[in-house]
Design a protein around this ligand. Sequence first.
Ligand code: NAD
Length: 447
Amino acid sequence: MTDSYTRFANGGFKPLVKKLGLPQPAILRRHQAGSPLTVGPVLVVSDDASASDADAVTKVLTGWDIDVRRSPELAEREKFGAVVLVLSAVEHPEDVSGAALALGGTLRGLAGNGRVVTLSRAPETGDAPTLAAARAGVEGFVRSLGKELRGGSTANGVQLTGGAAVDSISVIATLRFFLSAKSAYVDGQILPVGPCDGPGEIDWDRPLAGRVAVVTGAARGIGAAIARTMARDGAKVVVVDVPPAGEALSAVANSVHGVALQLDVTAADAADKILAAAKPLGGLDILVHNAGITRDKLLANMKADRWDSVIAVNLASQLRINARLLEAGVEGLRIVSLASTSGIAGNKGQTNYAYSKAGVIGHTAATAPLVAATGGTANAVAPGFIETEMTARIPFATRSVARMLPSLAQGGEPVDIAEAICFLASDAAAGINGRTLRVCGQHMVGK
Ligand code: NAD
């Protein structure tokens, strides 16, 4: 639900908010079945060396029935829904200026809730310094542009790794995610994407059709939104939560025609219970480690139970479950774990929580090659400030400040996290492995 300040700033007080120079959060466009991918035509621009890749991208977008333009002229009252900047073949920093400035010239013609997406290559070990600079510079460019865009528009980058082609499955799936309303609260992010064998045909409306997904901590908040979004995308869902949350859990299970499993994820046999619950539905394909708790205290006042319970639920349970699933030989498993921007930037009063969430980012990178051996992936999503019962407990003033800090000047909604997780769990995202994607409205704190 949109917070009260965002409603205020978009209602009759909009001119006053502007005059006083107060933050102006836009009402973000979120995915609705049947709505167009972008809010207007898509302009594709590139540097000279990347022109043939820009042609390939144009072909893909045209195949999605998008009105693709290669020149910046607009008819009267027309606005671009998105600009795709293809920089995949840049070799020198000088190569970038023409295309970057051409993009700049189009930004006044970008619609509200518009998108800028770059396609570039990651610097690789062994790159010459000039090439590394040309490639690495794109990251700073995207993060700065994200901070300049207004009206709910975002800037994100697909960063090709390992020789991935611009029109390979995972690259175009990531481009599509960033262009779409599903990435409403993803801003200023660079996502590395590698080559993958991937599915030939993709059902963009039901990308998880036939998959069996288990979502932990799903009785409420982000977990419930993940379960609903996975069901929307075609998955059969098992929802997990602790027995005291049993009633709410059953309600979520009923709403997604799924199965409720009352289980504390810290239990020694949690993985076996998860496997047993998924088996009658066809066997485990997707596991979302979402269950999490906070027990905030300054470290000087931290008691052992507060530290230990947070590590047990947020981190140790994930490690134990993953290890058992690997041992049991589950193949092609898609794991997505909930990290947090607190685990990246640190947060006062959250040494325990930030340890656990930084640990999640670490084990995700280490688990990736282990699951890749059988076609699986392990990724994480790091939410920023999301409006849930967990964050409703934060004091009002702190909560209000947290909403103002991101470029999008508002908190996210549970569905924003759910959309990113469904994307990462889909077959088309097979080329993304070991990564952590922030969904934080560009609350760029930390490294
Ligand atoms: P929430 O408190 O609203 O929901 C968490 C759910 O996990 C609850 O239903 C709870 O009963 C369940 N749970 C807790 N311990 C469990 C256990 N041992 N076994 C099984 N289930 C258990 O939290 P939320 O805001 O929806 O957060 C979901 C996840 O996202 C958490 O991992 C959290 O750390 C992470 N996160 C949230 C935010 C945010 O702003 N809300 C930000 C960053 C990260």
